[in-house]
Design a protein around this ligand. Sequence first.
Ligand SMILES: Cc1ncc(COP(=O)(O)O)c(C=O)c1O
Length: 360
Amino acid sequence: MYDVHGKKYIDLIGGISVANVGHRHPKVIDAIKKQIDAYLHIMVYGEFIETPQVQYAKLLADHLPYSLNSVYFTNSGAEAVEGAMKLAKRVTNRTQIMAFNNSYHGSTQGALSIIGSEYWRSAFRPLLPGIIHHDYGSFDALDEITEQTACVMAETVQAEAGIIAPSVSWMQALRKKCTEKGALLILDEVQTGFGRTGKLWGFEHFGIIPDILILGKALGGGMPLGAFIAGKQLMDALTDNPVLGHITTFGGHPVCCAAGMAAMNVLLEEEMIESVIQKETLFKTLLVHDKIKGVRSFGLWLAVEFDSFETNKRTIDGCIQNGVLTDWFLFAPNGLRISPPLMIPDEHIEKCCGVILSAI
Ligand SMILES: Cc1ncc(COP(=O)(O)O)c(C=O)c1O
């Protein structure tokens, strides 16, 4: 990236897990230009069949388990969260929602109701009723999933908490409990999707399949796009009483779908996911310093932990001065964020780690 003065930066944030295939990949730009030459907005989403929406939905479904075969595109991650919560209420005829402390799901009022921090929620009350929050990864929390629970909403790996991965056994117990009680399991993969974790989808690490999957960020290849994805038999609940259970004018905008599809094809064709774990290891090998308290990671996605926000902020400022772009996490202010484009070359990783260490 270059600033207004032409100064060069290596991007260690990737627009917060958006630019998984980098910035302005030629194939993404080409797809956008072709779509602009063809048509822009035609009609409110779903009224007419539009080729880029159908093609991208098919590509996604082809790379997901069969039970996630129906894609609803939205304008953002938050809108996908809203749609997923509405779908869960409609399917189960229940209203209670379980979510987790230190989770982030977006800033609209429904999404805000379930995010896991009272600091961010309190100024906007009253929010949605019937929301219960528990600690992520807590087995005790699972006892609170009952016949009243419409859905449990979880990030597959907590992002803004500073890359907190649950145990495989907890995820599997969560899946089992939701099935037993008839509650839907919704996994928010807005940050974990599209190879970030070393697999195409984060849930693949845990041997489970959610009832509803939420995507955003890298989904649009740099254009604004979100999606909630479920089985057709579940999604059909939004077609009846009321007939249009979720409406969006611009959801699945043809230019966004064309860009997103091109980006996903690049991700797969250029085999970018294959080197994620090797690059994660390289970062961890190089980031050793007595001021670094620890490095949590899950794929090409790392939180470098310092003793305080002040130390972290000083390091971040030093990095930016020296041409490396990074920041911290919403709920983990002492963690330095590393979530670069997945094709970052090893030389850039070595250079960035040198800059981080000298900034400390
Ligand atoms: C895990 C997660 N879910 C949902 C969202 C909301 O997405 P958007 O900002 O596109 O509304 C975000 C945004 O940062 C996120 O990180």
